[in-house]
Design a protein around this ligand. Sequence first.
Ligand code: NAP
Length: 279
Amino acid sequence: MELIDGKAISQAIKDELKDKVSELKAKGIEGSLAVIQVGNDPASSVYVKNKKKACEYIGIGSVSYELPEDTTEEKLLGIIKELNADTSVIGILVQLPLPAGLSEDRVLNAIDPSKDVDGFHPVNVGKLVIGEDTFVSCTPAGVIELLKRSGVSIQGKHAVVIGRSNIVGKPMALLMLRENATVTVCHSKTADLKAIAKEADILIVAMGKPKFIDADYIKPGAVVIDVGIHRDSENKLCGDVDFDSVAPLASKITPVPGGVGPMTIAMLMANCVKSLLKR
Ligand code: NAP
């Protein structure tokens, strides 16, 4: 069994992006990521802080909007409108979840698709479906990078994706299809999940259920990617995969922490650089 080191791979990506950003800067091409947080959910504050730190590392600017919990949708949409028009802004990110009463759909749909570095806008999702180059949701894009950079060949393999959320499962399945895998998508209504998972050459788990997938779901030699993030009863981070039981069977596996997690911000930075390159 080989561990897929998401920490090292994400660092390599950020270093490549840093070089690219300084090349672009020398040509006078620069810009900033606008990060909007509404309310002060502690987990969101940590994510926002890490995103700003990553911008600083690769050398792009970041402007942050820390708005009070009782911000109206009108006010938020007004800020997004201004940022859409601001040519110094290359990306707009609204940290989710939004407080109750604000429509995530209306807010995300208000972002100019050419600045949608999270890849959540329906226009960008649609482009992914028809195979056009676009901003892709960062976590599934990160999984593709993990596989490629760990020498896993995807073409012709049977990939099973467990989970069909708009942010992870669905774009993940589309990306694996784009890489010429044969893809099966499973969800909570799937009959005989075990039998299907056991057919996977590459098993990608994004179900939000701590340590749910054990050795009974694994074909010996499979590559196992664990997207889940949870705290277990001892307050230690764990994934959707029961690592200790699955690792001995897998050919390669991502740990939690240190697997998929660090890739999400690296791919957000990759989307920002993609936006810069379009200037
Ligand atoms: P989500 O929106 O809750 O979706 C979970 C998906 O799993 C749903 O499609 C659900 O099916 C399916 N599912 C739930 N129970 C199942 C079962 N028993 N059998 C088969 N399928 C089942 O979650 P998400 O946003 O996609 O996130 C998934 C996990 O990844 C979470 O642990 C989350 O914290 C983590 N995550 C990590 C990162 C990162 O950066 N590493 C980023 C995003 C998310 P239905 O559609 O039928 O309900």
